[in-house]
Design a protein around this ligand. Structure first.
Ligand SMILES: Nc1ncnc2c1ncn2[C@@H]1O[C@H](COP(=O)(O)OP(=O)(O)OP(=O)(O)O)[C@@H](O)[C@H]1O
Length: 268
């Protein structure tokens, strides 16, 4: 197994704040295959972490493990230094590529999510107004969610997640099927959430988006972390074969010279 390349400088290391979320030797197996393999990552408080990698690299699985949606086969997810539990999950929110919305109005979607969290009365009304304003959906408050455009649905899903006041927001390819204007609107919403103190973890295939939104970057290949570091540094100067191939728009093959030489120190 090749070692993950860490694309950081000593100055970056000196500034590292306490991680909000950590994985320790995290593994996930299914169908006799190791799909997430010995992953050790730190998600830093208040940062925007981008997870990248080719199709099938394990990005969505890692996100689901971080959010406690699936149980690891090995290792641990730590939330503020302790094993992730219900209270930790309560402080998290996740938005998928295809938003899961109620077949009711924009307002009802927001109202239902807040009620489920025990937020009622004036506070619920206040949060709904803010959420609709931020997502620019106020004029569509009574429109059924199912007739909204893809971009509007995604903004509603993000606004609904944020209305509940999470400390961290996981986003799995939130703009994958959107047009440029809708991508911009979703990115604005994410940037606004980050400015309000929400830690962001974003899976994306979009290099431009990774540059625009990423502080830190985790690059996965075959369920393993092969490179981490400041997003701009990794994208400008990838050190691992898979990340280099990916940023150049090439397929990476296991037989590529970089990988072979790294495999000399393989643990497996
Ligand atoms: N529950 C499961 N059982 C068996 N295999 C699974 C399961 N979930 C995911 N996989 C496999 O694990 C691998 C990683 O899946 P994952 O969805 O995390 O990839 P990804 O990096 O998000 O890919 P993409 O960019 O295509 O969305 C894939 O080969 C997938 O088929």
């Amino acid at each position: 197994m090749f070692e993950a390349q860490t694309n950081t400088t000593s100055t970056d290391a000196a500034r590292v704040p306490t991680p909000l979320l950590q994985t320790r030797s995290l593994g996930f197996e299914a169908g006799g295959q190791r799909l997430i393999d010995t992953v050790d990552v730190d998600i830093r408080t208040g940062r925007r972490t981008v997870i990248m990698g080719a199709n099938g690299a394990g990005k969505s699985l890692l996100l689901r493990l971080l959010h406690g949606l699936i149980r690891p086969s090995a290792g641990q997810v730590l939330w503020q230094g302790r094993p992730l539990d219900r209270a930790g999950r309560y402080a998290q929110a996740m938005v998928f590529q295809r938003p899961v919305l109620l077949r009711r109005s924009v307002l009802a979607n927001l109202s239902f999510a807040l009620s489920a969290r025990g937020i009622r009365g004036r506070e619920r009304k206040r949060r709904i107004e803010i959420a609709m304003h931020q997502a620019r959906l106020t004029a569509l408050a009574y429109r059924p969610a199912r007739v909204l455009s893809g971009g509007e649905q995604q903004r509603l899903a993000i606004a609904r997640a944020l209305a509940c006041g999470p400390e961290i927001l996981f986003l799995d390819e939130p703009t994958a099927s959107l047009d440029p204007a809708s991508i911009h609107a979703v990115e604005e919403l994410i940037a606004q959430a980050h400015a309000n103190g929400v830690t962001i973890v974003l899976v994306t295939h979009d290099l431009g988006q990774a540059r625009r939104l990423g502080d830190d970057l985790i690059f996965l290949h075959g369920g393993r972390v092969v490179e981490t570091g400041p997003a701009a540094t990794v994208l400008d100067n990838p050190k691992s074969g898979p990340a280099k191939a990916w940023t150049e728009g090439r397929l990476f093959f296991e037989s590529d010279p970089w990988n072979r030489s790294q495999r000399l120190g393989d643990r497996s």
